[in-house]
Design a protein around this ligand. Structure first.
Ligand code: IPM
Ligand code: MG
Length: 357
């Protein structure tokens, strides 16, 4: 039986990095005797241009009928008009919600060859190995009302943060289960001193923690967490956070690794289907110039092979090939250093494939 993969390359550098990911999957397919059936569809700005909406029903169907989704990135200045009712980001929010992908896993390790690429001191980086579990289908991203309107004092706007206890519980369970397979520590992030949703989050998180006495547990306020994350990143194993806190903290965390271009992510729900995407955006400033770093996209395919298709050997082969290319000094511009072997997106993809054998 073929594994069906829905592919949304998206906008900006999305098609460039996904192009490398697809070529790599084709090679992995041959080498490991897999049967992968990829179907491409439009999402984001490219879909707005073609169909007037960020995600059509038929594109969504490609995703709901797949075993896994591979996504590049969506958005760009062309579609940034704040007055517009259609926005590229609606595609990604729609996919996450419609597929029920409530847990967004963003692993982060510091590659020993790339310590220089981080703005942090080497002694802070040594041994960092953490994973952020970001709640992905709730919070302010989906809360209603979310609107602009006119009130007695002129322009007004409102956004809503809403969570049910069930939404908090399931993502906390994902976090604790993950911690059990790792270093057995969960740090839950909230703003319980200010927000009602955070106070409920903390309450539910503490209840779930009781079911995992073997896992160390702590609550940390999000502002303090943003500080601890860059002061002592080694102390964290699994970090659980609501949607927007997780969004912000993972951009910050990417600087520990050195570049957003290195970090993959997996979004999971109840079944084995997942959505896999680099955490970076569309980088419009370098789009179409063969300067993007394809490694986050390649590492996202490794996560797909591991988590949705249970092909651990193929996943590890990709990760090892990425590591080999880096250890030999090949660098895309985002992680360049003096005396490195500077390469573009295509060449980096080719080098990884060459090392896959
Ligand atoms: C991310 C991105 C998205 C988000 C945007 C593009 C909607 O920043 O995946 O982190 O905010 O979730
Ligand atoms: Mg983000």
């Amino acid at each position: 039986m073929a594994h069906k993969i829905a592919v949304f390359a998206g906008d900006g550098i999305g098609p460039e990095v996904i192009g490398e990911a697809l070529e790599t999957l084709t090679l992995v397919e041959k080498r490991f005797g897999l049967n992968l059936a990829c179907e491409q569809a439009l999402a984001g700005g490219c879909s707005i241009d073609a169909h007037g909406v960020a995600l059509t029903d038929s594109a969504l169907r490609v995703a709901t009928e797949s075993d896994a989704v591979l996504l590049g990135a969506v958005g760009g200045p062309k579609w940034d008009d704040p007055q517009s009712a259609v926005r590229p980001e609606q595609a990604i929010l729609g996919l996450r919600k419609e597929l029920g992908l409530y847990a967004n896993l963003r692993p982060l390790q510091v590659n020993r060859h790339l310590v220089h690429a981080s703005t942090l001191k080497p002694e802070v980086l040594d041994g960092v190995d953490l994973i952020v579990v970001r709640e992905l289908t709730g919070g302010v991203y989906y809360g209603r009302p979310s609107e602009r309107r006119t009130g007695p004092d002129g322009r007004e706007a409102v956004d809503t943060i809403f969570y049910t206890e069930g939404e908090v519980e399931r993502v906390m369970r994902t976090s604790f289960e993950l911690a059990r397979k790792r270093r057995k520590k969960v740090t839950s992030v909230d703003k319980a001193n200010i927000m009602a949703t955070s106070r409920m989050w903390r309450e539910v998180a503490n209840e779930v923690a009781k079911d995992y006495p073997d896992v160390e547990y702590e609550d940390v306020l999000v502002d303090a967490m943003s500080m601890h994350l860059i002061r002592r990143p080694r102390d964290f194993d699994v970090i659980a956070a609501e949607n927007m806190f997780g969004d912000i903290l993972t951009d910050e965390a990417s600087m520990i690794a050195g570049s957003m271009g290195l970090l993959p992510s997996a979004s999971l729900g109840e079944g084995s289907r997942g959505l896999y995407e680099p955490i970076h955006g569309t980088a419009p400033d370098i789009a179409g110039q063969d300067k993007a770093n394809p490694l986050a996209a390649l590492l996202s395919t490794a996560l797909m092979l591991r988590l949705s298709f249970q092909h651990e050997d193929a996943a590890q082969a990709i990760e090892a090939a990425v590591d080999a290319a880096l250890s030999e000094g090949y660098r895309t511009p985002d992680i360049a250093q003096p005396e490195c072997r500077l390469v573009g997106c295509k060449e980096m993809g080719r080098l990884v494939r060459e090392r896959l054998g």
